[in-house]
Write a protein that binds this ligand. Structure first.
Ligand SMILES: Cc1cc2nc3c(=O)[nH]c(=O)nc-3n(C[C@H](O)[C@H](O)[C@H](O)COP(=O)(O)OP(=O)(O)OC[C@H]3O[C@@H](n4cnc5c(N)ncnc54)[C@H](O)[C@@H]3O)c2cc1C
Length: 471
């Protein structure tokens, strides 16, 4: 058997790789995180919306309250001038959207990963990858171009949309381009908009504004009449003009700290696992920024994969192959759903034929008039509505999101901060897991119902989903 340098090699220190590496190291797994960028050079602002389920995942890592302090929360959003999305009724303590720059999420996740003992190798790039029965060997170059190899028992490509891991695995990235020449800027405004978050436009043009809460606003805009390559220069005048076309005013935008032009594709890798290698985040799926789902979906991928790798490396999974395959079977359908929902929002925003505009108006009227339908839409966009099929041998409600119940020992999501399974049972009970359960965790956090009449036993996975329950 060949020797390994590390248990898990994570490629890419974006939000996905940072959360995954931090989880593994918190559980005592040896992790190396390789990042092409030099240390200290952050990613751009990019994502700015953190949804409720992501905040719950961050709460389960003790980071949500600190992140909330970096931005502003929005309880409602308005799409297409008439569709109101209400987050106040989401069944969570985070019944809102947090607007904060992506680098704030990365800053907290990096600090946690460092504290947990992740070995960081900045300025190091993956060039190639080989696998055998015992592990994966990564071919890398360091900052001065010197080649080096690292061997790991498992490797995760969290290396973004142009993933070298995906290429090295020979996986295609099928899909298509959805929208091009979107302009983005972080600006200050002379005049405050009436709606704090609204997407408006005619179908030939659209724009939206979202406040970061510290005087800066994110503006995104698009117009059918100016379709150019990403490399074409963009300035504040162009952003202002699109805002005037779409919103009727540019609110006196000034002092842009960041302006960019980009295009958006809808693509998904057919497999998230090939042998000992995995894909997560943008490396596995990419879609339009409508709905603000990219970073959120990547963080949920990472949360789903980390406990599986931990259980396999600790020898807690009776069938390690099945447990690792569960990552694909749970997360691939979620990626496909996000592609569909974000694609629908962007196509409705771009609707310009009488037929497509009528469809948009009908969809908005339907969602406004049928509260259960709009609640369902909000539940899926926020990530709270995502649930998985029951794992073999466990039965319902296995796979469902565990709500943040109050227990004698504290809130469930506080107890999950130890990074382990949480077993909730009546006082004095010692429930035994069925032999068919996909994981029989050796490390458990035990908790008791505050209500002594409650007789159920529930085992909650480290990512906040029910693993097994007995009533
Ligand atoms: C304009 C814009 C707005 C967006 N808005 C939102 C939003 O509101 N909400 C939302 O959820 N998402 C949004 N997104 C998407 C979000 O930014 C991405 O989904 C998110 O960054 C993906 O995280 P990741 O960690 O998977 O990949 P990335 O953030 O792309 O990180 C990948 C990392 O891998 C490194 N890397 C790449 N190749 C190699 C290699 N060969 N070797 C070593 N390192 C490598 C890169 O340097 C990078 O640091 C937006 C994106 C854009 C462009």
């Amino acid at each position: 058997m060949s020797t390994t340098d590390t248990d898990v090699l994570v490629i890419g220190a974006g939000p996905t790789g940072l959360l995954l590496a931090g989880d593994l190291a918190t559980a005592g797994i040896d992790v190396t995180l390789v990042e092409r960028r030099p240390h200290g050079l952050g990613n751009m602002t990019r994502a700015f919306g953190v949804h409720a389920r992501t905040l719950e995942q961050l709460d389960a890592r003790g980071l949500a309250d600190e992140l909330l302090a970096t931005g502003t929360t929005l309880a409602t959003a308005r799409l297409f001038g008439r569709l109101d999305l209400d987050m106040t009724r989401l069944p969570t303590r985070f019944n809102h959207l947090l607007v904060t720059p992506q680098y704030e999420v990365e800053r907290l996740l990096e600090r946690r990963a460092v504290a947990a003992g992740v070995t960081f190798r900045y300025g190091t790039e993956l060039r190639g990858l080989r696998q055998d029965a015992d592990g994966a060997t990564a071919e890398l170059t360091d900052a001065d171009g010197t080649p080096l190899t690292l061997r790991a028992r498992h490797l995760v490509g969290a290396d973004g949309v142009r993933s070298s891991v995906r290429t090295a695995l020979g996986l295609p990235f099928p899909g298509r381009s959805v929208i091009r020449s979107i302009v983005l800027a972080d600006v200050r405004l002379a005049e405050e908009p009436a709606d704090s978050f609204s997407v408006s436009g005619s179908g030939d043009t659209f724009a939206f504004l979202a406040p970061f809460g510290d005087g800066w606003y994110r503006v995104m805009g698009w117009t059918r009449t100016r379709q150019v390559a990403d490399s074409e220069p963009v300035d504040l005048d162009e952003v202002r003009e699109i805002a005037r076309l779409a919103l009727g005013t540019d609110y006196g935008m000034h002092d842009a700290r960041w302006i960019s032009r980009f295009h958006s594709d809808e693509r998904q890798a057919p497999a998230y696992r090939v042998g000992r290698a995995f894909l997560a985040g943008d490396a596995a799926h990419v879609h339009s920024p409508a709905g603000g789902q990219g970073m959120n979906t990547g963080l949920q991928d990472a949360a789903n994969l980390s406990w599986r790798l931990t259980a396999v490396l600790r020898g807690e999974a009776p069938d390690p192959e099945a447990l690792l395959d569960g990552y694909q079977s749970e997360r691939h359908p979620v990626g496909a759903m996000v592609l569909r929902s974000s694609g629908t929002i962007v196509r409705l925003a771009m609707a310009h034929t009488p037929l497509t505009r009528a469809a948009r108006s009908l969809a908005a009227r339907f969602l406004n008039a049928v509260p259960p339908a709009s609640a369902r839409a909000m539940s899926m966009i926020s990530g709270l509505g995502v649930s998985y099929a029951p794992a073999p041998g466990t039965g319902r409600p296995s796979g469902r999101r565990a709500p943040d119940v109050h227990l004698r020992e504290g809130r469930l999501y506080e107890l999950l901060r130890q990074g382990e399974f949480v077993l909730i049972a009546p006082e004095g009970a010692a429930p035994t897991l069925p032999a068919t359960a996909p994981v029989t965790p050796k490390h458990l956090v035990r908790a008791t119902w505050p209500d002594p009449s409650k007789k159920a036993a529930v085992l909650v996975r480290p990512d906040g989903y029910v693993h097994w329950a007995r009533h």
